[in-house]
Design a protein around this ligand. Structure first.
Ligand SMILES: C[S@@+](CC[C@H](N)C(=O)[O-])C[C@H]1O[C@@H](n2cnc3c(N)ncnc32)[C@H](O)[C@@H]1O
Length: 202
């Protein structure tokens, strides 16, 4: 069950207007895919007592809304579909944050952008939690079957592209700024996810 090299290709959802019916439908598919991947549960496990949270590329916001129903969270959804760009957000002065999360977002970024994003994020919050597609053969196989849950053409394309752009090993840890005072965790999260956590030491 070997791994394969990371490749970045454009995702269709990123180039459709937010109100396009195919984009709306694809975001619905993403909600179901997040449920199958268990991504809300995976993120929640690492959030501790964080309440003020920025969700980078949060899409329709449903994942963090689901978590906010179970605990008291104030979430800023930093998504370009609402006119917010992650680099602008992270570079600008803003409210104090307990945590920054990213779900199915980091895989859009090339290595140099990941390094830049992590450097900015480390200055903005003491906790960073990401849940991304795992770049593995089983995940690639599953991504080719999303049509079975009724996913549309946009999602069928983007899910395969996302796994190819996903992560394995310690690839995200390698991009975190090499400064003391942070504890990193990076591992597979069953069945198809890859989790990365950076926590500033107390
Ligand atoms: C695959 S979707 C994931 C959405 C959501 N996190 C989820 O799990 O359903 C990626 C999201 O990232 C957003 N996005 C991509 N590049 C962005 C950027 N530079 N700044 C802000 N949002 C961005 C897109 O608009 C899209 O909603």
């Amino acid at each position: 069950m070997g791994h394969f090299s990371r490749s970045l290709e454009p995702e269709l959802l990123d180039h459709l207007p937010p109100q396009d019916p195919r984009a709306v439908r694809s975001r619905g598919d993403l909600r179901r895919i997040n449920a199958i991947m268990g991504n809300a549960r995976i993120i929640a496990r690492h959030l501790g007592n964080a309440t003020r949270i920025a969700d980078l590329g949060g899409g329709d916001g449903s994942l963090m809304r689901g978590l906010a129903k179970k605990r008291n969270l104030e979430v800023i959804n930093v998504d370009r579909m609402y006119g917010l760009e992650v680099f602008d957000f992270l570079q600008s002065p803003g409210p104090a944050l307990d945590a920054i999360v990213a779900n199915l977002f980091l895989h859009h970024l090339a290595g140099h952008d990941l390094r830049r994003l992590f450097s900015l994020a480390a200055l903005r919050a003491p906790l960073f939690v990401a849940c991304e597609p795992r770049r593995s053969r089983p995940a690639l196989w599953a991504s080719r079957l999303v049509g079975l849950i009724g996913a549309n053409d946009v999602t069928r394309h983007d899910s395969v592209v996302s796994v190819r752009a996903g992560f394995t090993g310690q690839e995200l840890s390698a991009q975190w700024p090499a400064v003391p005072g942070w504890t990193l965790l990076e591992k597979p999260a069953w069945p198809f996810s890859h989790v990365f956590v950076a926590r500033r030491d107390a």
